[in-house]
Design a protein around this ligand. Structure first.
Ligand code: ZN
Ligand code: FE
Length: 249
């Protein structure tokens, strides 16, 4: 299985997943860069997979579907909001792509139907989990989003994470305001800065790395709690406060 990162719009990522004779694109916000990547790689699109209904993740659906006759796969809970949806999936339905079982994780919060697809140790998290960050809580509430992130943290540490946006450098700068002494985070911020200066994507991350640098996955951390003055709060409350601060960062 091969995964190819495609930069779209300003800071979106679409991904090609090529396996056997099949090729899926995850979250095609626009057609041009996806078409270019397909022809560069000599691939024919068979599937379009959406993590959630936002236009910067589905904008290319209809044109790619028309051009390639690709099957559109998306969250059943967003049926009616995903352009061209053919196969509505849920945690219960699962999915199969090119002979690989795909785990479907319901991760509401950013949107109510937000979905993460896990295929052969690769998680496509859309706008739920970012590297060193997480999506804004637009349709759900913070407790719901925290439960979704906890669900993702249950994935094996070596799971590769392919996120919906390149927000990593700014996320790391925010994280350092909460945990200036976190050595793993400091090193990570530097590595990301250097990579981005060369135009290199910060994807994929891994669950193991995120657990050590991502403040949204670390509400139990004493330094973060101290920075927030929330020594005795519940994890979900600490998460909500971190999210609130990032919203205005
Ligand atoms: Zn979104
Ligand atoms: Fe987005």
């Amino acid at each position: 299985m091969r995964i190819i990162t495609i930069s779209c719009l300003t800071d979106n990522y679409a991904y090609l997943i090529a396996a056997g004779g099949a090729c899926a694109v995850v979250d095609p916000s626009e057609v041009g860069p996806v078409r270019a990547a397909l022809s560069r790689e000599g691939l024919t699109l068979t599937h379009i997979v959406n993590t959630h209904h936002h236009g910067d993740h589905t904008g290319g659906n209809l044109e790619l579907k028309r051009e390639f006759g690709a099957t559109v796969v998306g969250p059943a809970r967003e049926n009616g909001r995903i352009p061209g949806l053919d196969v509505a999936v849920s945690e219960a339905s699962g999915w199969n792509f090119a002979g690989h079982d795909v785990a479907i994780l319901d991760v509401p919060g950013h949107t109510l139907g937000a979905t993460t697809y896990v295929i052969a140790g690769n998680a496509f998290t859309g706008d739920t989990l970012f590297s060193c960050g997480c999506g804004r809580v637009l349709e759900g509430d913070p407790a719901m989003m925290w439960a979704s992130l906890e669900k993702l943290m249950g994935l094996p540490d070596d799971t590769k994470l392919w996120c919906g946006h390149e927000y990593t450098e700014k996320n790391a700068a925010f994280a350092l305001t909460l945990e200036p002494e976190n050595q793993a985070l400091r090193m990570f911020a530097q590595v990301v800065r250097q990579a981005r200066a060369k135009g290199t994507p910060s994807m994929p991350s891994t669950m193991k790395l995120e657990k050590s640098v991502n403040p949204f996955l670390r509400p139990q951390d004493a330094a973060i709690r101290k920075a927030l003055g929330m020594a005795d709060a519940r994890d979900a409350e600490v998460f909500a406060e971190v999210r609130r601060r990032k919203d205005v960062y």
